[in-house]
Design a protein around this ligand. Structure first.
Ligand code: GLU
Length: 279
């Protein structure tokens, strides 16, 4: 990548954020500063990192945790156990659609809730990620209470359907763990640090699998277009975070909470477009 002007790009990205809206279905997410913005880029091979903006500001990972749930389960349980519960296919469905059969991929809520049934508690994933990446993720109890203060009927229906399909046996437990892992919290540096676990494609045979699923399914309904335009394995979340991986080169973590109509962060998308355009 050529010389970057991160502070200037952050200012330009900030000017874009009024085009987006804060989500409202999780009360605490509606109360954050819509102008907050931060980026961290870690290049593990070069032992180099860069960051700019509100880098100490923390946020809940929400759906950005999904690739890491997948990575953890693949590395600790293997391919068979994971892909018995979920496919690895692109999907035109909404991220919170109720599945007709086996969930199409682990980036959908249905796929992630199915996989959460394999995790005894969010603490296991939190510790695994922190130990391996030197991040400082923690469970945001206030956010978890906020998530649970409004009944999420879609996720409840997904968990019940997964049980009816014979994929999980304890929907309450799967949903509880799913909600907890979504409420793991950190700043952009933490997200870039865990992102580094996905950078070295030779480290584990599972990494190319996770990256392929992120490329096909990581950006909600914009996944196909984003894959064509940007081509970086990425995952976005309702909290406004986006993690992009430049395979074998870098992990890019962005945060800006206002979302476009599809549900992707306006400011984070702007920053990733800038980086790719300048590289
Ligand atoms: N916990 C959120 C939900 O299930 C995560 C959504 C997201 O980030 O896409 O609605």
């Amino acid at each position: 990548m050529r010389e970057k002007n991160l502070p200037l790009w952050l200012e330009l990205a900030k000017q874009e954020t009024p085009k987006g809206k804060l989500p409202s279905y999780i009360p605490l997410l509606a109360q954050v500063d819509p102008q907050a913005i931060a980026i961290a880029i870690h290049h593990p091979q070069a032992s180099k990192s860069e960051a700019a903006g509100d880098i100490t500001l923390t946020f809940p990972l929400m759906s950005v945790i999904k690739p890491f749930l997948l990575l953890y389960l693949l590395e600790t349980m293997g391919f068979e156990q994971v892909f018995r519960l979920v496919d690895r296919l692109p999907s035109q469905e909404a991220f919170n659609a109720i599945p007709e059969g086996k969930p199409r991929n682990p980036m959908l809520n249905s796929g992630a809730i199915a996989l959460s049934s394999l995790l005894a508690s969010s603490k296991i994933l939190q510790n695994w990620l922190n130990h391996r990446s030197n991040a400082s993720l923690y469970l945001d109890q206030a956010m978890l209470d906020s998530v649970r203060s409004v009944v999420n009927r879609r996720n409840l229906a997904i968990a019940d359907r997964l049980q009816a399909l014979g994929l999980i046996s304890n929907p309450e437990q799967a949903l509880a763990v799913y909600e907890e892992i979504c409420c793991l919290r950190g700043n952009v540096e933490d997200l870039a640090k865990i992102g580094v676990l996905l950078v070295d494609t030779q480290r584990s045979a599972y990494i190319p699998i996770v990256l392929e699923i992120m490329t096909k399914c990581g950006m909600y309904a914009a996944s196909e277009e984003f894959a064509q335009d940007i081509g970086l394995p990425s995952k976005s979340s309702v909290s406004g975070a986006i993690l992009s991986v430049v395979p074998d080169v870098a992990a890019i973590a962005c945060y800006s909470p206002a979302l476009d109509a599809i549900g992707n962060s306006v400011g984070s998308l702007f920053l990733i477009h800038q980086l790719v355009a300048q590289s």
